[in-house]
Design a protein around this ligand. Structure first.
Ligand code: ZN
Length: 201
């Protein structure tokens, strides 16, 4: 016999480490895939290989995409005068699912945190300032997480951006405090957007 059995166990163990899956779900998924190996498994394997090869950060906003510029940044129907600043790509995707916002995004890639030694230079803040430089953007909506680091990041950014004459707003409360934006439901995200409030310096 080959070492095929070992690889199946390795596949299950690897899948079990994925977010949202545990050992039991991983075993169920792998068994399902093996039974559907001609269709779903082959397709999944080829998709994964392609995405592993081609996924990269959008040069403009930091979204994960397969080309240099992501479809949102390329879409002429989206308002170029509004930028929604998010902590992570997962937040961008959550907001897109909710369809609450029709402008552009900017992914910071994290939050300011003294504890984790994450400073302004570790985030995509310079790139954000560059996008604001030509005066096209009239409003920046800060959709950082409703926790300590998210608030600190929002405060830091508003102090940089308000003096540039750009309107800065913050998503309304109602989001689960201390939680991640990505876990908020679509209705809550929509309300948070509609009720956003302007930040003054
Ligand atoms: Zn983009």
């Amino acid at each position: 016999m080959s070492s095929g059995g070992d690889e199946i166990e390795t596949l299950i163990a690897t899948m079990a480490r994925l977010p949202g899956l545990g050992p039991r779900s991983a075993r169920r998924v792998v068994l399902h895939l093996i039974r559907k190996r001609a269709g779903q498994m082959a397709q999944l394997a080829s998709l994964m290989a392609n995405v592993a090869e081609n996924a990269r950060e959008c040069l403009v906003c930091g979204n994960i995409t397969q080309s240099d510029i992501c479809p949102i940044c390329e879409d002429p129907s989206r308002a170029s005068g509004e930028i929604c600043v998010v902590t992570d790509v997962a937040d961008l995707w959550a907001l897109e699912r909710g369809r609450a916002f029709r402008g552009r995004y900017h992914v910071l890639g994290g939050s300011l945190s003294a504890l984790d030694e994450i400073g302004p230079d570790d985030l995509r803040i310079t790139q954000l300032m560059q996008r604001l430089a030509d005066g096209t953007v009239q409003e920046v909506i800060l959709a950082t997480n409703p926790n300590l680091e998210g608030e600190a990041t929002a405060t830091y950014l508003s102090r940089l951006i308000v003096p540039m004459g750009v309107t800065v707003s913050r998503l309304a409360s109602g989001l689960p405090v201390g939680g991640d934006l990505e876990y908020a439901d679509e209705v809550t995200l929509g309300r948070a957007f509609e009720g956003r409030r302007v930040v003054h310096g």
